[in-house]
Design a binder for this molecule. Structure first.
Ligand code: SF4
Ligand code: SF4
Length: 146
């Protein structure tokens, strides 16, 4: 399997409609380090809790227009330490390994099927990175995230 992808920097995937950028523990660590914050400060400033019944996950905050809190006119303000969910797009399990899902996703991303060709090894590596990046989970009743 090969796929072609080249980001056109249109920012569509960082704005436009409601969505989730779920954060793993290492995502939180990298971004808070870059911003010079402790993890609790980072979470309270930039993340929101999503209620999953018995536990919460953390997703980046959105502005009123649904753009990501880190999207600026120059692009992603934490590009070097952006979450793995952003870093591995569109090589997500269920998206890049399904022709149907890939073709449907073209409506959302003009970078699909253009530019660099990714070989199977690269695709499997990115899919594995995405799979390994389990969102940080806070059980209800636990007061402190870290
Ligand atoms: S929608 Fe696609 S082309 Fe546009 S910024 Fe996102 S990944 Fe890049
Ligand atoms: S963290 Fe950066 S790349 Fe990810 S959605 Fe926000 S602005 Fe886009």
């Amino acid at each position: 399997m090969t796929r072609r992808f080249s980001c056109k920097m249109c920012s569509h995937c960082c704005s436009g409609e409601p969505g989730f950028v779920f954060l793993s523990e290492s995502d939180i660590e990298r971004a808070s380090d870059e911003l010079g914050l402790c993890k609790d400060e980072f979470l309270s400033l930039y993340a929101r809790r999503i209620d999953y019944g018995t536990y919460y996950l953390y997703s980046l905050k959105e502005r009123d227009d649904y753009s990501c809190i880190f999207l600026s006119k120059k692009g992603c303000e934490i590009y070097q330490s952006r979450p793995v969910q952003c870093m591995t797009y569109p090589f997500w399990p269920g998206l890049c390994d399904s022709d149907q899902a890939w073709n449907e996703e073209k409506r959302n991303c003009p970078g699909l099927d253009s530019g660099k060709e990714y070989d199977e090894k690269e695709i499997l590596h990115l899919m594995e990175e995405s799979r390994k990046n389990v969102p940080y989970r806070l059980e209800k009743g636990d007061d402190f995230a870290f």
